[in-house]
Design a protein around this ligand. Structure first.
Ligand code: AHM
Ligand code: MG
Length: 335
């Protein structure tokens, strides 16, 4: 039953009760992420003011060094998770290697690792366009109490315990799944509370939006070129509309609400495309599948790819199920 005006905190408590044997660790972890998200949101919202408030040099009004927002977001999420001693390891787009976290007694008893892109689409910050944070949560595979290893992070997406994104847009939303559907919460900035605004989100099976960077057209594989022409054809429910923000979280969020497909394919310049499998494609794929959509690399289910590198890339086809099926048909036919 959907309760009216339910906050994220209340939602977590209600759903915690549905897992009687869980320790509450995952709930505490999600609470930590929601706190860090509020701090980052506050900073993102005043991005344009930095030059006005800051001194001429590299310091802000409090005399602190000014940081690029992606670095700020990275540090905020990492520090919040470290302070709350809630995970045993973190991997981030902003860090070359993963971070091992030890508790006060150096015998970390936490079982979860987090992988994240702290500020996706950050090149959009300067022009006041929505950006996002993406996170993916796994249970570690090495024994609790020992330092984490790469193995704990290099798990296929189908082993994710939870995944989510925060979209810093016209309003700020946190959308996440723990494998039982997808729910979206909107931040009321005056109260600092997240309210369940989008319960049980469903990805429309069909859609009429295609989102990709067509500037790369000449470098796209033939299958994608043919699919673009299919989208533009004057037939049945087509032509589709083209919408590309260049901020994956925002592009996929819009498509999940309205129906559409997002594609970042391989190209003659980049054999695996641009997006990172572990903290961009996998978490978005988990959310999209949980909402009834589909996510593949054009041939294989994204969440079934066995990762070999922390920062590895993958071509990404993601969206309304029937649209992804159709794009895959083109990829299989033309490559
Ligand atoms: P980033 O993690 O460096 O911000 O890059 C990821 C972003 C995605 O949000 C977006 O879909 C894509 O890069 C846009 O890339 P392009 O400018 O090549 O279209
Ligand atoms: Mg990114």
């Amino acid at each position: 039953m959907v309760k009216k005006n339910q906050t994220l905190g209340e939602f977590i408590i209600d759903n915690q009760a549905a897992f009687p044997y869980s320790s509450g660790e995952l709930s505490r972890l999600i609470r930590s992420l929601r706190l860090a998200a509020k701090v980052v949101n506050h900073e993102v919202n005043k991005a344009g003011l930095v030059d006005i408030l800051g001194l001429q040099g590299d310091t802000n009004i409090q005399g602190e060094d000014q940081q690029k927002l992606d670095v700020y977001a990275n540090e905020t999420f990492i520090q919040t998770l470290i302070n709350r001693e809630i995970v045993c390891g973190i991997a981030s787009e902003e860090n070359d290697d993963f971070i091992t976290i030890s508790g006060k007694n150096m015998d970390n008893q936490n079982k979860y690792v987090v992988l994240m892109d702290p500020l996706d689409g950050s090149s959009n910050i300067d022009v006041n366009v929505s950006v996002g944070t993406i996170f993916s949560i796994y249970r570690r595979v090495t024994p609790i109490g020992t330092p984490v290893t790469k193995e704990d992070f290099l798990q296929p997406g189908n082993k994710q315990v939870a995944a989510g994104y925060i979209i810093y847009g016209t309003s700020t939303m946190l959308v996440y799944t723990t494998g039982c559907g997808v729910n979206g919460f909107t931040l009321n900035p005056a109260l600092g509370s997240w309210y369940l605004s989008h319960p049980d989100i469903k990805f429309p099976e069909n859609g009429s939006i295609y989102s990709m960077n067509e500037g790369n057209y000449v470098h796209f594989p033939l299958g994608v070129k043919k699919y673009i022409k299919y989208c533009q054809e004057e037939k049945e429910d087509r032509p589709y509309t083209s919408r590309y923000i260049g901020s994956m979280v925002s592009d996929i969020h819009r498509n999940m609400i309205k129906g559409g497909i997002f594609i970042y394919p391989k190209s003659s310049k980049a054999n695996n495309g641009k997006l990172r499998l572990l903290y961009e494609c996998n978490p978005m794929a988990f959310i999209v599948e949980q909402a009834g959509g589909k996510a593949t690399d054009g041939f294989t289910r994204i969440m079934d790819i066995q990762p070999t590198e922390l920062h590895q890339r993958a071509p990404f086809f993601c969206g309304s199920k029937n649209m992804v099926d159709k794009a895959e048909e083109f990829m299989q036919k033309y490559g």
